[in-house]
Design a protein. Structure first.
Length: 567
């Protein structure tokens, strides 16, 4: 099941929305104390108060463009997408396509999962105003999730040149700073006003605690110590409490102790129960939090060090894993995200119950780097930009929310610049996905809907459609008596809808599908997750994943799944 693990080296997934107004806008904040006060409320995370202040400003002067854009970004932070869209549509109609409004439109489109449209809006805004930080920051976010990491970095670098003191720029910039410079920056950021909700504050605080314990140590790089490039290992069946097959598992050795971990494309890193952490004698580092589907919010645990991790023939040393405070995590010892193996081409043959790993396609200008195990479940841009002498390998981290660096760190540059997606000739028909952290979001249509984003999630028991998507594209009905449980507890309201899903080169027709409120997952991710592609359907496919380049190939061979099709 989908899990949000937040190791301390990773910042929040969301590049939070921000507003910078320049001289060519209708009115500058410096000339309007009430507008400056509203902006300060937003920057302090007081969104309800900021909303009221922006509304009052707009009633007094509907032509105040920064207030219109400020109201849109505030409504988005409150997950009021319909109200944000109404506000923006009215502002564009009355004021025209001004740069700040176009940038706000990009923010709205990104939040709705309309990534290509967001890119267009940000690009139009940048073309009209070459000093609009919001446009550069928005493009950095778009390109990052499209696996265009070099382009993302260049947009972020330009945003940092223009607005080095803007808190949202600083949060994003710190994620690409050398590891030893991040602690002071994070502490400075958290000490001042910042627009983060409670969950984001928890994750940033976790980051500070982790860095306090490790900043003066060599990076825990989880380096490969076995001389193996190609390997194949068996998967096993995971069953729910009723005995039905609900997923796949992978036997993993932590410090020479073997454990059965659920193998989950919807999770990041490795997480085990407290009982497993104690049995494996993992060394505690610092507290941490995680979340997933369910109504109970963030759960607690801690980051710990495993001296050795073995997966099949692969052996790694010096790895950070997540330990839940719970004694049990269902019927398994824990879970392992497929992104743990992101240094390889990952082939999950579900009908054959085999996992095969092979080298990623070599780019024309590549020098082969030694693989590492991404046991912390971080993302790609930071991996390319955070390599430091003595690290052994470049670590992978989410380039999102991080804080204000000191004057000395503002001029720091990553030691290794990232590279954009490379589509090898043999992958020309693979599906280009949106990747946000460990989440693999596959463009999917629901009945005759426009394209939406569905999470590829072998840990989900079945396909799931969000209530929002279901209401837009189908007829949603209550499912009385059905129980759904995730890492964040039980789901109180469960619905169902009959839908046809189209994704990749495949289609699943007219299936009665579980429908849940996925708004918390969408909020945490920063874009609309309209559903999950889950195990009941994925068990019929061979799933190949190239995490580096944001590509997946979903192949269906009826001859391999006759026993499933007859059920």
């Amino acid at each position: 099941m989908h899990a949000f693990l937040r190791p301390a080296l990773a910042a929040s997934l969301l590049l939070a929305l921000d507003l910078l107004a320049f001289a060519d806008d209708t009115k500058a904040p410096a000339s309007n104390p009430a507008l400056a006060a509203a902006d300060q409320l937003w920057q302090s995370g007081k969104f309800a108060e900021a909303e009221a202040s922006y509304i009052a400003l707009i009633k007094a002067d509907p032509s105040l463009v920064p207030a219109q854009a400020g109201l849109v970004r505030t409504l988005l932070r409150e997950d009021k997408m319909d109200e944000a869209e109404e506000t923006l549509t009215a502002a564009l109609k009355s004021l025209g396509e001004l740069p700040l409004l176009l940038s706000a439109r990009g923010d709205l489109q990104f939040r709705l999962g309309q990534i290509d449209a967001a890119e267009s809006s940000y690009s139009d805004a940048k073309a009209l105003d070459r000093k609009l930080v919001r446009a550069y920051l928005g493009l950095a976010r778009v390109y990052r999730c499209q696996s265009l990491y070099r382009q993302s970095y260049e947009e972020l670098r330009r945003a940092h040149e223009i607005g080095p003191n803007d808190p949202e720029v600083e949060r994003a910039w710190i994620s690409v700073l050398p590891r030893r410079e991040r602690l002071a920056a994070l502490q400075a950021y958290l000490a001042g006003p910042h627009p983060d909700d409670e969950e984001q504050n928890e994750w940033l605080t976790d980051s500070v605690e982790f860095l306090k314990q490790t900043a003066d140590q060599p990076a825990h790089s989880c380096r490969l110590v076995s001389k193996v490039e190609h390997t194949e290992t068996a998967l096993f069946t995971v069953r729910n409490s009723g005995g039905s097959q609900s997923g796949i598992g992978l036997t993993t050795r932590l410090n020479d102790q073997a454990f059965n971990l659920k193998f989950d494309t919807g999770a990041g890193g490795i997480m085990v129960s407290r009982k497993v952490g104690e049995k494996a004698k993992l060394t505690r580092i610092s507290p941490a939090h995680y979340g997933g589907i369910g109504d109970k919010g963030l759960q607690t645990g801690y980051l710990a060090l495993a001296d050795r991790i073995n997966i099949g023939e692969l052996a790694f040393q010096d790895c950070v894993v997540f330990v839940s405070d719970k004694n049990s995590l269902g019927n398994e010892d824990g879970l392992i995200g497929a992104d743990v193996l992101a240094s390889y081409l990952v082939d999950i043959d579900l009908p054959g119950m085999r996992l095969a790993l092979s080298p990623l396609p070599k780019r024309p200008d590549d020098v082969t780097a030694p693989p590492s195990l991404n046991s912390e479940g971080e993302s790609e841009l930071g991996r390319a930009t955070k390599a430091e002498p003595g690290d052994g390998t470049a670590k992978d981290a989410n380039p999102p929310s991080d804080p204000a660096p000191t004057a000395s760190s503002r001029n720091s540059q990553p030691r290794n610049l990232p590279k954009d997606r490379y589509v090898a000739p043999e992958m020309s028909r693979w599906t280009e996905i949106v990747r946000i952290g460990h989440d693999l979001l596959v463009p999917t249509t629901v009945n005759e809907s426009p394209s939406m984003l569905f999470l590829l999630d072998t840990g989900a028991f079945d396909n799931i459609v969000s209530v929002r998507a279901g209401q837009q594209a189908a007829k949603v009905k209550s499912s009385f008596g059905m129980k759904v449980t995730g890492l964040s507890g039980d789901v109180k309201k469960v619905y169902h809808a009959k839908v046809t899903l189209r994704f990749g080169h495949l289609q699943q027709s007219n299936v009665d599908t579980v429908t849940l409120d996925l708004s918390q997952i969408s909020h945490r991710t920063g874009t609309e997750i309209s559903g999950l592609l889950g195990f009941t359907m994925l068990q019929m496919l061979d799933v190949k994943i190239d995490y580096r380049d944001g590509l997946v190939n979903l192949a269906f061979d009826p001859s391999k799944v006759q026993h499933l099709l007859k059920k």
